[in-house]
Design a protein. Structure first.
Length: 324
């Protein structure tokens, strides 16, 4: 590998967001180590990076002791299942990723003298009572609800990160990621956009929970990655919201996807899940002022790009299955 290039570790690097981050860092001249246990990540997400001499991947569970030979300049801790379907399926693993995984990642950063960035989430705000949500809002979280395993794992991870920052003087960053979509999302992920796209391509009704009037702010993955990179290179140690401040109702998102896909499946409605937030929208004043960042990709354009990727995946699957 080339000498003199910065070297970064991305935990969860074979996941949806992590793989896009690995790709971006390589494009900017980094040497990148992707660490993933492939519990929710996929080798397919990083297969196109395998020929790059500056890319390595390690199969490892971050909840166990971590060691990466050689120097590290930056550590991006993205390892954590984030799908609502995972909250009930692997709740203890999610808690361990937020607690033990963050502890181990911070310990490795401290040992290597590397700058550390935690991928946190808008879920730390829970079902918010303040709109839009600024970083100093402390949230409205149900710690014993089904979503609590993810919400509290990330809240604990933020506390651990700041403890290392204050006690050990570790150079840390915290990004609070709002609803993000794009290529490489798992079709069975369970979140709104991949669920709607999968159903639309199957010609089935899009399932809306409640009356579809709850709002979401959805951002395309390229905008998120730009914000993450800018944050890591900034001097900002406080949490920073990275998300799209434009709110859409769930019904509006469904209507856009039905139109783009040409699906005739329509919509169906189901009961609202426990603790499902009614509104979620970031206040991105800090990101604008400190990072000179704001989203650039309109939701409709991002959904079109993501739909194209889902279509290609569906075609590849049908060609691989005889008689399909």
């Amino acid at each position: 590998m080339a000498k003199g290039k910065p070297r970064a570790l991305v935990t969860g690097g074979a996941g949806f967001i992590g793989s896009h981050l690995c790709e971006r860092l390589l494009a900017e001249g980094y040497r990148v180590v992707c660490m993933d246990d492939f519990s929710t990540g996929s080798l397919e997400n990083i297969a196109h990076l395998g020929e790059d001499p500056d890319f390595d991947h390690l199969r490892h569970d971050v909840t166990t002791y971590m060691d990466v030979p050689g120097e590290l300049d930056e550590v991006y801790h993205f390892a954590s299942p984030a799908s609502p379907r995972d909250f009930a399926r692997i709740p203890i693993h999610i808690l361990k990723a937020g607690a033990l995984g963050t502890h181990n990642s911070l310990g490795l950063s401290l040992a290597k003298g590397a700058r550390f960035l935690l991928a946190s989430t808008s879920e730390v705000y829970g079902d918010p009572l303040v709109h839009p949500q600024p970083e100093d809002y402390r949230g409205n979280v149900n710690p014993i609800g089904v979503r609590g395993v993810y919400d509290e794992a990330k809240r604990y991870a933020e506390a651990m990160t700041m403890a290392y920052h204050r006690h050990h003087g570790l150079d840390t960053r915290i990004v609070r990621i709002f609803n993000t979509f794009g290529p490489r999302l798992r079709p069975e992920d369970g979140r709104m956009v991949p669920s709607f796209l999968s159903l639309a391509l199957a010609g089935e009704p899009l399932i809306l929970y409640g009356d579809g009037g709850q709002t979401r702010s959805i951002q395309y993955v390229d905008d998120l990655i730009e914000g993450v990179v800018r944050l890591m290179r900034s001097g900002e140690t406080r949490p920073v919201n990275i998300g799209n401040p434009v709110e859409y109702t769930v019904r509006e998102v469904a209507e856009i996807i039905l139109e783009l896909s040409g699906s005739g499946g329509g919509m169906a409605f189901g009961p609202l899940p426990e603790d499902d937030p009614r509104r979620r929208c970031p206040d991105i004043t800090r990101a604008r002022e400190v990072l000179d960042w704001e989203p650039r990709v309109p939701a409709r354009e991002g959904l079109r790009r993501t739909l194209d990727w889902f279509v290609r995946g569906s075609r590849a699957l049908s060609e691989a299955v005889p008689g399909s």
